[in-house]
Design a protein around this ligand. Sequence first.
Ligand code: ADP
Ligand code: MG
Length: 289
Amino acid sequence: MTSQSDGGDRAVMVDVRDVTRTYGSGPAAAAALRGVTFAIGAGRLVALRGRSGSGKTTLLNVVGGLDSPDGGTVQVAGQDVTGMSERTRMRLRRETVAYIFQSFGLLPVLSAAENVGVPLRIAGVAAREREERVALMLSIVGLGDHTRQRPGELSGGQQQRVAIARALASRPKLLLADEPTGQLDQETGKQIMRLLRAVVRSEGVTALVATHDPVLIDLADEVLQLQDGKITASLAGRHEAQLPAVCQAGQAIYARVDRSTSTGKGTVALTSPVYTSPSRYRLLAESSR
Ligand code: ADP
Ligand code: MG
């Protein structure tokens, strides 16, 4: 199965058309986006690649409704972000979109669990359900034993794991990540990218991840190349071909569903949850770990 073959039958999560954004005016004007057009299908992980200054952050901000373009249109989950009132846009940012930043953005006085619980509190989720969701998210990112630690007591990689858990806690449809491994060493960065790949599948979220990190190129469904405010290439990622036949996510074991063969044999226990998109994988069993 190639990434192109299933591109036509899925819902579009992000639709960006002819978007322009210029900072300042007159001789000092800086054209950060010069007519950007692309679409992202629901459930895909798309890497946004480009050097520093190419417009990645500006584009993420425009897609997430943090900034308004000067021209063009942006739709997220079928809603017209560009034409929205400020109030509706705020709701979109709260309910539909989640962000992950290079600098983690955790609240230092709160524990890992409390940080993950913040968006759930804002959404008015009841205490018990909130606790369950927080515990699940922290275990998915491999921090089940660190729930009470504060950000200052965690490594950079662990802090970014908390940020990923927090971003996905309230089940956003779209995850925007701005150089999420920019402050991490290479090996930790690789682990974070793999984790992102895994949770994007298991949570069924759509993700747009700005990065220079070559690791993500291998993990992405698609790669958009941004250069001087323009998309200069859109490539299929290499990820789809690499899905394992059987994998384990948390306590569940999944098998890849191919058109010809519907289950795999044996199990491969992986340290982090991977690839559990219901469309590609079938639940085999809940393990009693
Ligand atoms: P990237 O995230 O790829 O590094 P940015 O979106 O931050 O790129 O920046 C794109 C261009 O817009 C750069 O030339 C940058 O200098 C300019 N720019 C970004 N933010 C501002 C701002 N607030 N004011 C003026 N120019 C800006
Ligand atoms: Mg940037």
